[in-house]
Write a protein that binds this ligand. Structure first.
Ligand code: R5P
Length: 355
């Protein structure tokens, strides 16, 4: 594997423990302003430092993520259909490799719709994207989209994940299911599990735990984090399962502790930052409206001060352990936990072919 590709993968799946916590905020690309993700900038800001990588579209990256971040971006490059259109499986590649590189993407992500009307198109697109991305050392994450006509069981997901891996995907994102181990065992590249629709926090923690125990490298979770009443405690609890081998009880206790700490924090000390979240809403924050807020208008001649460019601390660079199946790592198993307690809520809605 080329150095660049290996290095970018290591930004997403941490080599220290072969685990990954990806925060998904790409939902708007076909759902529009999804509940609690209406204002991506506001949602992303407090969560960003807690994830290993952020999965998003170029529009949200450019408008709603601070470019000073050191968190790697997993850029969705497929789209073309919306929830109110004819067929969600009719996707194409919508972002050029040049733009992905301009955005400093650490990986590209696209969906395949195995078994759907547009199966051929999406699988061929995946193969082509991998060929192109590999020229630049960019890994590709294939999302196995599911739909009302598509199965969500181990048989279907094994097929879809394997098809993605055979086309050269470097990571496959899929759903958790009964007999998930089978899906993992027949997929030669790392598997990351989507969170699915919002379920109770403890169930989402159980899903995370089960996915890792079943051999996933981690979760790519969206709604179960930012649709929670307590997104920061939730992402921290999920992170503890992914990276610190917490079991569900431990993670849930941490979640509750963090909520009570949040409540104790004196309110109103910090002035609420309202500016700049939506350039279309507030006068004076709209770059097209008022003088002085328009980045295109010349401001005085003051040289711009650089914001705190602290040198980044490197995290423990433990030597890499040799891996067998990239999805299965010895010695990092989560603590004992009841395997059978699987939440059902992670299944996508029947009418929503992607969720
Ligand atoms: C699905 O197509 C999107 O790519 C989401 O990123 C994915 O479903 C993960 O988000 P959630 O945890 O909300 O399911």
């Amino acid at each position: 594997m080329d150095w660049g590709l290996k290095n970018r993968l290591a930004q997403i799946i941490k080599p220290q423990n072969n685990r990954a916590l990806m925060l998904a905020v790409d939902h708007g690309y076909f759902l529009g302003p999804t509940e609690k993700l209406e204002n991506p900038k506001k949602v992303i800001a407090p969560l960003l430092k807690h994830c290993d990588s952020l999965m998003l579209t170029r529009g949200v990256q450019r408008t709603s993520v601070d470019a000073n971040t050191d968190i790697p971006m997993v850029l969705r490059v497929s789209g073309g259909s919306s929830i109110i259109g004819d067929d969600l499986s009719q996707e194409d590649i919508t972002v050029s490799i040049q733009d992905a590189i301009r955005l400093n993407a650490s990986a590209l992500a696209m969906s395949i719709f195995v078994g759907s009307k547009y199966e051929y198109q999406t699988i061929v697109n995946l193969g082509k994207l991998v060929s192109e991305a590999e020229q630049y050392g960019l890994p590709v994450l294939a999302v196995t989209a599911v739909g009302k006509e598509l199965g969500k069981d181990a048989r279907y997901l094994s097929l879809a994940c394997r098809v993605a891996a055979e086309q050269g995907a470097h990571i496959v994102k899929t759903y958790y299911c009964d007999n998930f181990e089978k899906v993992v065992q027949s997929c030669p590249v790392p598997i990351i599990v989507a969170g699915g629709k919002k379920i109770p926090e403890r169930d989402a923690m159980q899903l995370t735990y089960n996915a890792i125990k079943g051999g996933a490298v981690g979760v790519d979770m969206g709604r179960n984090i930012w649709q929670s009443e307590h997104p920061v405690p939730m992402i921290k609890a999920v992170k503890a399962i992914v990276h610190q081998n917490y079991n569900v009880d431990q993670a849930y206790k941490l979640y509750q502790k963090l909520i009570s700490q949040e409540k104790k924090k004196p309110q109103g000390n910090k002035p609420q930052q309202k500016k700049g979240n939506n350039p279309n809403q507030k006068k004076g924050n709209n770059p097209n409206q008022k003088k002085g807020n328009n980045p295109n208008q010349k401001k005085g001649n003051k040289p711009q001060q650089k914001k705190g460019n602290k040198p980044q601390q490197k995290k423990g660079n433990k030597p890499q352990q040799k891996k067998g199946n990239p999805n299965q790592k010895k010695g990092n198993k989560p603590n004992n936990q009841n395997k059978s307690n699987k939440p059902n809520g992670n299944q996508p809605k029947p009418n929503n072919p992607k969720k």
